[in-house]
Design a protein around this ligand. Structure first.
Ligand SMILES: Cc1cc2nc3c(=O)[nH]c(=O)nc-3n(C[C@H](O)[C@H](O)[C@H](O)COP(=O)(O)OP(=O)(O)OC[C@H]3O[C@@H](n4cnc5c(N)ncnc54)[C@H](O)[C@@H]3O)c2cc1C
Length: 338
């Protein structure tokens, strides 16, 4: 394995932040990874596993070892009357995995088409879009215990999935490297088209026979028209989570702000659109140096060119402060801050 020193991460994070890694290497197998982590030199310094770099903000250079994950492969591990069980190595590009499932008629991930990043990071924040989260199709995962250098299996309940959350983002943060993820995919699809503009897009596409391929295409069309492409303008998708509040607080806010955008959750709380709150504070389209808030999507912070990670972070703090002041709501960052 080649170990590089002071390696630029600019092309390895979708914000395009020009940070560097003290040490950098790429791994292609679990054995590579285990050998690397058993080296004396790397035992005592911080390490960071990097997928597609699409949910990360480097606010400084990384003083430690950055490991780019290139573990590849997808296979059908078993099937029963209702499901295909499909295992993907963590370095697979998420969208390629989705396309593989569609080509093989494995249903359940079509609504998650075109989410950037790799399979390994998908359980980290329980990725979700258009009414589906990976917890809905999750079977199990294998992860390397960094301290013990041993492989462990996590089932659904061990992962403690929540909205953009899992045990790997909270109590087990930085303790495991996800090696592979297995999914339980439907043999008979359950079409989920009620969310967002999917039905409208299917109509515009003149789809008469609904299929997982058609839903995937509709989702790709919507995403391409709505979200800034990181190859054109640096960003990491939604920077903040949509906050959840109790009914009492919702009623008070709705009285004061009748246009408040919110929806009712199963637990009777309300989820608010963070983008709407940010827009009401006047941030949409604002620029501070090269850091900014996207002109069409207030939830997306962008790098117009040469912004530093700490400048984007400072802008996010100003946004947090103003939403707190105007609405009394504490937004939380979704992006991993390094
Ligand atoms: C334009 C755009 C749109 C997006 N839309 C969505 C969306 O609709 N829904 C959504 O949920 N997200 C969305 N995201 C966020 C992002 O795509 C997901 O969070 C994705 O899962 C990140 O994957 P990654 O491989 O790029 O992770 P990285 O950014 O490389 O890593 C993210 C974090 O996970 C850790 N990590 C990565 N791989 C592993 C591993 N194998 N084991 C343990 N830890 C690991 C990293 O150390 C880091 O802390 C969007 C991002 C962009 C840029």
């Amino acid at each position: 394995m080649e170990i590089r020193e002071n390696y630029s991460l600019k092309k390895l994070n979708t914000f395009g932040i020009d940070a560097s890694a003290e040490y950098y290497t790429e791994v292609f197998s679990v054995a590579d990874l285990q050998e690397l982590l058993s080296e004396k030199k790397f035992e005592s310094i911080p390490n960071l596993i990097l997928g597609g770099g699409s949910n990360i903000l480097f606010t400084k250079n990384f003083a430690g070892l950055v490991i780019k994950n290139n573990l590849n492969g997808i296979s059908l591990i078993k099937e029963d009357a209702n499901y295909f069980y499909v295992k993907a190595q963590s370095g697979e590009v998420w969208h390629n995995f989705v396309m593989y499932c569609i080509a093989n008629n494995y249903a359940g991930v079509e609504n998650l088409s075109l989410i950037p990043g790799n399979v390994g990071a998908s359980p980290m924040q329980n990725i979700g879009a258009y009414g589906v989260e990976i917890k809905d199709v999750f079977y199990e995962l294998e992860a390397l215990n960094i301290k013990k250098n041993t492989v462990e299996t996590f089932n659904y309940s061990n992962c403690k999935f929540g909205y953009r959350e899992s045990v790997f983002k909270s109590e087990l943060k930085n303790k495991y490297i996800i090696l592979s993820v297995s999914f339980k995919l439907y043999k008979t699809p359950i079409f989920n088209t009620s969310y967002g503009a999917i039905e409208k897009e299917l109509e515009a596409m003149k789809v008469s026979d609904i299929s997982i391929a058609a839903i995937s295409k509709a989702v790709c069309n919507i995403r391409n028209s709505k979200l800034p492409n990181p190859t054109e303008i640096g960003n990491a998708g939604s920077f903040f989570k949509n906050p959840e509040i109790e009914k009492g607080q919702y009623i008070l806010l709705k009285e004061k702000y009748p246009a408040l955008v919110a929806y009712l959750l199963e637990n009777k709380n309300y989820k608010l659109a963070a983008g709407w709150l940010i827009e009401q504070c006047g941030w949409k389209g604002k620029k501070v140096g090269d850091a900014g808030v996207h002109k069409n999507q207030a939830l997306v912070l962008v790098n117009y060119g040469k912004a530093k990670g700490d400048e984007i972070y400072a802008l996010s703090q100003q946004i947090l402060d103003s939403v707190k002041e105007k609405f009394g709501i504490a937004l939380e960052r979704e992006v991993n801050i390094i």
